[in-house]
Structures are given as C-alpha cells and as structure tokens.
Design a protein around this ligand. Structure first.
Ligand SMILES: O=C(O)C(=O)C[C@]1(C(=O)O)C=C[C@@H](O)C=C1
Length: 124
C-alpha cells in the first residue's frame, strides 16, 4: 500500500521487483515519468528543508554572536552525526553519505555564523 508520496507504509520505498510482469512501452514510460516526477518533488522538498534549516541556524548564529558563544560546537556536531547515523541504519540509507552531507551543511553553517559575528562587530 503506497501513500501519496510513493512510499510504502512505514516509510519503506515500494520494491519494483516483479520482473515476471511484461510492460508495454507506454506502461514503463508512464511509470518512469511518474517516478521521476516523485523524485523531483522530493528533491525540491530537500531544498525547501535546507532553506528552513538555514533560517533556523541563522537565528542560532545571531544568539551565538550576541552572547559570545563559539560558532563551532564539536559536541553538538558529534551528537548530530551519531543521531543521523542511527536513523540511517533504521531506514537502510548509507550512513557515510548522509553523515558527509550533514558535516558539509554544518561547515557552511559555521561559516555563516562567523559572517553574522563579523557583521555584528562591524556595526558601531
Ligand atoms: O546548534 C548549534 O549550536 C549550531 O550552531 C548549529 C549547528 C548545525 O548546523 O546543526 C552548526 C554549527 C555547530 O557546530 C553545531 C550545530
């Protein structure tokens, strides 16, 4: 049973493993198009989620700059990487891939925090 995002219940993707079924070109082209449209929607969702995340971390950066906390918080980053690795294990997603992406996002966030701090210090 699929939900409207093409995911089986329990958030497992639907396996396309019924190779005994013969598809006409019209059928497989329609299926391919549908799958690509779902992928496009998810990829757009990723960008929107990232935009929301950067909006939240901007606010964290403003607090850090005002109260003098370091931009980089290694303990928080280690906890986040451990948490995301565990989630990947539950969903059969490569933890190395996601940990790497998250580490890159957090590096960018630290750079953004540093810019916010410089801007605040530059103000008279
Ligand atoms: O939670 C914080 O303290 C943040 O600054 C956010 C964040 C993150 O992107 O999740 C970014 C930099 C820190 O090193 C840790 C975490």
């Amino acid at each position: 049973m699929e939900n409207d995002q093409g995911m089986a219940q329990g958030n497992k993707p639907v396996a396309a493993d019924d190779r005994s079924v013969r598809w006409s070109p019209e059928e497989w082209r329609a299926e391919l198009l549908s799958l690509r449209q779902q992928i496009d929607r998810l990829d757009h969702g990723l960008v929107l989620m990232l935009a929301n995340r950067f909006a939240l971390t901007r606010r964290v950066g403003e607090i850090k700059a005002r109260v003098g906390l370091d931009s980089f918080d290694p303990q928080r980053e280690a906890e986040k990487i451990a948490d995301i690795r565990e989630l990947c294990g539950q969903h059969d997603v490569n933890p190395e891939l996601v940990a790497d992406i998250l580490a890159q996002i957090m590096r960018e966030t630290v750079r953004n925090h540093d810019k916010i701090r410089s801007n605040l210090q530059a103000k008279p």
